[in-house]
Design a protein around this ligand. Structure first.
Ligand code: NCD
Length: 326
């Protein structure tokens, strides 16, 4: 079943959040607008609203994560949910339990929402196909496939600084081939009618279907950065590389590392983003990461509001009016 059939109900409301593919511009804009209403919640002293009161959210992380896991947890807490956080490391698989058995055992604990990160592409989709009606699945990153809440927090950050997607040039730089983040970002940027989406990478890290994704491909960083409004840097995902796709890290930095000097090719008011974890001195120079154009830490903060938005839309509430104050 395509993601669109699983993700949206008959009236077009969000049921699961598995990938940007299969969604539409209206849903993406609703997520961004709903997140706006939650940034005020995250800024105030009492940070809770009762939108998920009485619901239980299970955070299932089969892969390591810092930012995504903790911001999902905080988002669920700020919506007043009960939270079960499981670090399902490889031992679960070693013990031989199948994903379906894990799911069924957790369902027996009356979970209302699953947040799942898994090393296999398609695992969130698999979960969504097997949960009981009324139980929601949110994809927190599946293999090389998708990471839709990351893409939406990135869209939120871009909109916060740049407002109008239709006038923007965005460059995504680095290991596109292995990046679920890049895939989700490209789909989201296209759905939001971004004027130009570029990917910049060595040939070995460009997906074969790149042009079909609706992007301009650059193998030269300086050319790829020329006049862009937004630069998104990605880490080399070595854990997913098979064989020697790259020269040394030093050589990679020499050709594809974002230095102050190279950033000067972009527009003077360009913002620099990175989903993390970032490797200083490999894909990005320390001074750029900490520099005035970097919005990398803001991305992390916005991640909470955006995840709150997606969760509350799934339970049928878009923003604070519907939920009331705690
Ligand atoms: C990304 C991920 O896990 O896909 N990180 C994140 O969620 N913040 C990117 C990465 O691992 O490089």
């Amino acid at each position: 079943m395509p993601d669109s059939d699983l993700q949206l109900d008959e009236s077009g409301k969000l049921r699961h959040f598995l990938s940007i593919e299969g969604l539409n511009q209206a849903i993406l804009s609703e997520i961004l607008d709903t997140a706006d209403s939650f940034t005020s919640v995250t800024d105030r002293t009492i940070k809770k609203v009762p939108i998920l009161r009485g619901k239980t959210v299970a955070n299932l992380f089969f892969e390591a994560s810092t930012r995504t896991r903790s911001t999902f947890e905080l988002a669920a807490q700020r919506l007043s949910a009960d939270i079960l956080s499981l670090n399902v490391d490889t031992s679960a698989t070693v013990k031989g339990e199948s994903l379906l058995d894990t799911l069924q055992n957790l369902e027996a604990m009356q979970i209302d929402m699953f947040v799942i990160r898994h090393q296999d592409s398609g695992s969130a989709h698999f979960f969504a196909q097997h949960v009981r009606p009324g139980v929601a699945v949110l994809n927190a990153g599946d293999g090389q496939h998708a990471h839709p809440t990351q893409a939406m927090l990135d869209m939120y950050t871009i909109r916060h600084h740049k407002h109008d997607f239709t006038r923007l040039r965005v460059a995504i730089v680095g290991d596109i081939l292995h990046s679920r983040v890049a895939r989700s970002q490209i789909h989201a940027l296209n759905l939001l009618n971004t004027a130009e989406v570029r990917i910049v990478a060595p040939r070995t890290l460009i997906p074969v279907d790149a042009e079909a994704l609706g992007v301009r491909v650059f193998e030269d960083l300086e050319a790829g950065l020329e006049d862009v409004d937004v630069v998104i840097m990605l880490r080399l995902q070595r854990e997913r590389m098979r064989g020697a796709l790259l020269p040394s890290e030093k050589e990679y930095f020499r050709r594809f590392g974002l230095s102050q000097e190279r950033l000067a090719r972009a527009r003077p008011d360009a913002i620099v983003m990175h989903p993390g974890p970032a490797n200083r001195g490999v894909e990005i120079e320390s001074s750029v990461m900490d520099g005035s154009q970097s919005v990398i830490l803001q991305q992390v903060s916005f991640g909470i509001a955006v995840r709150m938005a997606v969760m509350s839309m799934i339970v049928g509430q878009s923003g604070l009016q519907a939920g009331g104050d705690a």
